[in-house]
Design a protein around this ligand. Structure first.
Ligand code: ATP
Ligand code: MG
Length: 414
């Protein structure tokens, strides 16, 4: 299996200033890896002409295919055309066809083509035009230093369409069969990243196929396996071998497998089971409800979410006995259970789930430090509750980790 290296180049001041996040590169990389290309680098560069020219030259000297996005607009700061011409040592030429298309694009919207947009029809002499049927800026393809450079618009919708309609077919034709990459993800909760890393260290050398990595987000660990092979079936089989080893290491900590987010997974399970749910949230402030509300079809089961921050609201909305709050405090397994029972009773849901905790930075005590979170669970009238002592990694962490805990409980207990 031949190896062909590819790189992505994202161009734009908004990216290097941190005002916008480069999502184009991730999309392109996934598509190219599925074609069998090996991704070696992402570069993000400002609109500064020399920086763009250098970045193009460097990427083209290292990779066989370079896909650049951005800087094709009609304004002064859009300089990718000139930078690519400079990198190749050629001039810009006016492409009458492209200008006709731009003029027609505007005419179709009932406006005169602004003279300013003419610059978008100036392309490097040696470049081949890539028609943009989704916007004004044409893209282009050209050879620089033996590499094939594609320059696409920065607007994600235009980029995606041009990539799938024009670039990928061209790469398939030009590079033939490079094999393909299969991805597999396993999600674990409750295991330390270092411990897992030690257990599967033998799968993780950097030059190994499959490529295996671990990422952690709010306590949820993801093991990502990317396996390259000649056919998708072979690639999947290769990935599956490593997945089996990860499963063995993970044991009961394995939560689920696949690329879905945990909230999506939990929401789908509720829908599948027809399990009506009411939430009672304190420290998460509606985060669990908001995440589940992102799942299509959740209205069939999610009946209500109470955000009961103050003790008074817990008493009024969830019928938590005031005496319970006085005796144990709002962050207690007793109150968590009572909140879950109250939410289920008030709505008639089969399942009530409650979260109450100390997200910090203040409010902690020696007995209940920041990160203490109690969870209530009431299924068909049977109440349970449990407590977690989360590390104090900030308010956001405590709230996100608590939301994950609720989703994990749904996945494990239903
Ligand atoms: P075009 O090449 O289509 O003219 P441009 O870069 O010249 O694009 P901008 O106005 O800079 O035009 O960007 C258009 C939109 O595309 C902006 O919302 C910008 O944030 C977004 N964009 C540009 N590059 C990226 C990227 N790498 N990832 C995600 N969004 C991007
Ligand atoms: Mg730009």
């Amino acid at each position: 299996m031949r190896e062909a290296a590819a790189e992505v180049l994202a161009i734009g001041d908004e990216l290097t200033h941190g005002f916008a996040i480069d999502t184009n590169s991730a999309h392109i990389a996934r598509e190219l890896e599925q074609l069998g290309f090996v991704m070696r680098a992402f570069t993000v560069v400002s609109d500064e002409p020399h920086a763009v020219c250098d970045a193009i030259r460097n990427a083209c000297s290292r990779a066989e295919v370079v896909i650049a996005t951005g800087g094709l607009g009609p304004t002064e700061d859009d300089r990718t055309r000139a930078a690519a011409a400079a990198a190749a040592g050629v001039e810009l030429r006016f492409d009458a066809d492209s200008w006709d298309r731009i003029a027609r694009w505007f005419a179709g919207r009932g406006v005169q083509p602004p003279e300013r947009n003419r610059v978008q029809a100036y392309l490097p002499e040696s470049a081949e035009v890539l028609r943009n049927d989704w916007g004004t800026a044409p893209g282009f393809a050209m050879r620089i230093d033996g590499a094939l450079l594609f320059s696409l618009p920065g607007v994600p919708r235009e980029m995606k369409n041009m990539l799938s309609e024009l670039v990928l077919p061209r790469l398939r034709a030009e590079f033939g069969d490079l094999g393909t990459t299969a991805f597999h993800e396993l999600r674990l909760l409750g295991m330390a990243e270092a411990e897992l890393g030690q257990g599967i260290a033998h799968l993780m050398p950097s030059d190994r196929n499959p490529n295996v990595g671990i990422t952690a987000h709010s306590g949820l660990l993801t093991v990502r396996i990317a396996a390259r092979a000649a056919t998708i079936d072979d690639a999947r089989a290769l990935a599956e071998r490593d997945a089996a080893e990860v499963r063995a290491q993970a044991g009961a900590h394995l939560l689920y497998e696949g690329s879905e987010r945990i909230e999506e997974r939990a929401g789908k399970l509720l829908i599948e089971k027809g399990m009506t749910l009411a939430l009672a949230e304190s420290c998460t402030g509606g985060m669990v409800a908001a995440e589940l509300a992102g799942v299509p079809g959740i209205s069939a089961v999610l009946l209500a979410g109470y955000v009961t921050y103050a003790d008074m609201a817990k008493v009024r909305d969830l019928e938590v006995p005031a005496s319970l709050l006085v005796a144990h405090g709002a962050v207690s397994v007793e109150v968590a259970a009572s909140m879950a029972v109250g939410a289920a009773r008030r709505t008639g849901a089969r399942l009530g789930v409650a979260v109450t905790g100390i997200a910090g930075p203040s409010g902690g005590t020696p007995e209940k430090p920041v990160g203490t979170v109690c969870f209530g669970w009431c299924l068909d009238g049977h109440a349970e509750s449990w407590r977690l002592r989360l590390p104090d990694l900030g308010r956001r962490f405590v709230r996100e980790r608590s939301t994950i805990e609720v989703c994990a409980a749904i996945l494990r207990r239903l």
